[in-house]
Write a protein that binds this ligand. Structure first.
Ligand code: GLV
Length: 336
């Protein structure tokens, strides 16, 4: 009997190395082009590798813009392994009928954990104290040695009160007895505010009241440098700033200057303006805890994110020849 060739399967590009078992799930549905060495591709390399692909699975590190879309009119779905969508030009995708998916919710608690870890580490000078120990400089206990700021019972400010912001608020209110104030473009329903024990304030009010300020808002043109020199000067002198959202929300150079000058007490950063490059002044700024964009970085959560991104791609591309068209409305970034 004549053998029929297998039907050709949609071709999908995965830009970064993912978990082998989750990649195997994708391979059941698609012809996969992958990146087993996990090398960072330039924009030109990404454009070249996307040839013939109808699906793209990418991370926040790859830019999907009009030029890339115009070079690949066959592309139908972009599955981002991230909740943030600032690496993707959503308007350009919507205009070309390209469906964009992301991985919200599964990372809320893990990212809030890292926010709290940075807050505690910065306020209590953990990084500096450990470096001091490792240098062998600890020869005597002293009354004011690495004396930082209390977290318990203080006022927690949150800028951007979406799902992750609310998870940070719960930790502060329930775990550390903190008073919680927040600023968001849209106020939460009163019942949610009451359940969280959180009070809406203006942005100026937030800067003035917070002992510790955590940034959890999406990066958009409106949030670019929303914390700059003026905002840092408006914070309490001993205050802590934590950014677990996106680079570019904080003016990194202004923050380094503010830490040098003692304008605020301490800071913890997980994200940077030009990551993975850091503004050199951050490396020598005092009272600063730095992590390399690991907010969602527990193994379980990274697996959940990749699993969701796989499901999104399969759902969008695997249910018929025209799956992914017509496109759903472009997902909107969470309101600031
Ligand atoms: C990580 O930064 C994400 O947006 O998921």
């Amino acid at each position: 009997m004549a053998a029929f060739p297998p039907p050709s399967r949609p071709r999908v590009l995965i830009t970064r190395r993912i978990f082998p078992d989750l990649q195997a799930r994708l391979a059941e549905h698609f012809e996969l082009l992958d990146n087993p060495d996990d090398t960072l591709w330039s924009a030109a390399e990404l454009r070249a590798r996307l040839a013939g692909c109808v699906g793209l699975m990418c991370t926040a590190g790859e830019r999907v813009d009009a030029a890339l879309l115009d070079a690949h009119p066959q592309l139908r779905v972009v599955s981002n392994i991230a909740v943030g969508l600032n690496n993707i030009d959503l308007h350009a995708c919507a205009a070309r009928g390209v469906l964009v998916t992301h991985t919200p919710d599964v990372l809320n608690e893990t990212t809030a954990d890292l926010g709290f870890a940075l807050l505690l580490a910065a306020a209590r000078k953990l990084s500096e104290a450990e470096r001091y120990l490792r240098r062998g400089e600890w020869t005597k206990w002293a009354i004011d040695q690495f004396a930082g700021a209390d977290v318990h019972g203080s006022t927690l400010g949150i800028l951007g009160m979406g799902r992750i912001g609310q998870a940070v608020a719960r930790r502060g209110a329930l775990g550390f007895g903190m008073k919680v104030v927040y600023h968001n473009r849209s106020r939460l329903p009163v019942e949610t505010e009451q359940a969280l024990g959180a009070r809406w304030v203006t942005k100026d009010g937030l800067l003035a009241e917070a002992d510790h300020l955590v940034l959890v808002l999406p990066y958009t043109p409106a949030s670019h440098h929303i914390i700059g020199a003026a905002e840092l000067a408006a914070m309490k002198p001993g205050a802590t700033l934590v950014n677990i959202a996106r680079g570019g929300i904080v003016d990194d150079a202004a923050l380094a200057r503010a830490l040098e000058a003692g304008t605020i007490g301490a800071a913890g950063l997980d994200v940077y303006e030009n990551e993975p490059a850091l503004h050199p002044a951050l490396l020598s700024a005092p009272n600063l805890v730095l992590t390399p964009h690991i907010g969602s970085g527990s193994l379980a959560t990274r697996r959940a994110m990749v699993g969701l991104a796989v499901d999104n791609l399969v759902a969008a591309l695997d249910c018929g020849p025209d799956a992914g068209r017509p496109p759903a409305p472009a997902p909107k970034p969470a309101p600031v």
